[in-house]
Write a protein that binds this ligand. Sequence first.
Ligand code: FES
Ligand code: FE2
Length: 451
Amino acid sequence: MTAVETTQTRSNGISYQELLDVDSRPAPDVLRWVSPMPPGPDFVPVERYTSAEFHRLEVEKLWKRVWQMACREEDVPEVGDHLTYDIAGISVLIVRTAPDTIQAFRNICLHRGRLLKEKSGRDDELRCAFHGFAWNLDGSLKHVPCKWDFPQVDETWRLPDVRTGFWGGFVFINLDLDCAPLEEHLGDLTAHFERWPLERRYKQAHVAKILDCNWKVAQEAFMEAYHVVATHPQLLPGIGDANSQYDVFGNFCRAITPNATPSPHLQWSPTEQEMLDAMFDRNLDDPVMVEVPSGDTARRVAGDLRRRAMVDVLGPEAADRLTDAELCDSFYYTVFPNMHPWGAYNRIVYRFRPNGNRHDQCIMECMFLSPYDESQPKPPAAPIHWLGMDDDWTDAWELGLLARVFNQDVFNLPKVQDGLESGAIDTVTFANYQETKPRHFHQLLEEWLAR
Ligand code: FES
Ligand SMILES: [Fe+2]
């Protein structure tokens, strides 16, 4: 591992903090926090992505010990609702055991080891389909068929516990019963989301797909804007890709990419209208959707438009407080190891994890967390929409414009895995600043694997 000094060099163009200065409203504190990562790992061994042995190390040292997001609270709204969360061949059962209690257990029957549940559902007991051992929702033993034949089984038998923690309307689990509390792991994350409370959202969409690459190859493709110039060139007139800001804060980090501002890669200066069109993904033969009045800017027009749209859900006062930045820009956080909640009202949350014990396949998920009219009951959570391995992301119509961008992103990923598996290089290389987030991830991963 070689450390390289982080330099002060940067792209041409306006910095994110300078862009905030000309916003129509004062920037909230959370957007003024600047916390660059000091020099750190910039070469990472290829075996982290290609080795089954390294995967087993991650299972033992990471997945069996780290807090990980399992589901949303609204995924199990009623007593008896349960679902499974699977990580690297380990299955966890999450159960709403009382109106205000959610518990988690290892998803296994203590008789002869069958998985208790294969899918989500609602039951008043947890009964095994093999011989009929049944547990109460709280994990205590309820019933043993032919109990006379099991003198060794008594009422102390209960499903093995899994630790739970709650943040932002998410249920987190930890397989290590001696782990530090979730709050300690998350650090100051709550302060970052104070203006955008995710617990006051509902899961409007949830799409999942298996990808042919290591889980870290996939998630690292969604951590930076450095790839936009080559992977999403259509966005350049309306995205300040290389003017993004990258910050690290303990176990989480973030990227902020401004929109409705031009890329410093462009050799020409787009008009404000061209910036807005690129941001709204307008095709050349489409009519202009929104006109930028002369003397106005794309950021203000986009901000006003989206602010008006937020009045219905947030009310006029809260909507009016939202800055142009909050309504235009992309704030993509990463909570170690694999959760990616977006700030403000972008609605996106990603999760990446290995597919079973395959080091060369992963599950990518995208959820949309949307605000709703809180004078009404919370709408039901969308069930997972699994895309087949050969399905196109645009088959998930609920992702809207994002689906086409995903197609561009995931097109690269099996080819990255193939290149890495070829053995032609020993390390991958990360940029000092624009690849801050993968650098930060690998620094934390190294710490976890060394424990
Ligand atoms: S394995 Fe579950 S009841 Fe026998
Ligand atoms: Fe992308």
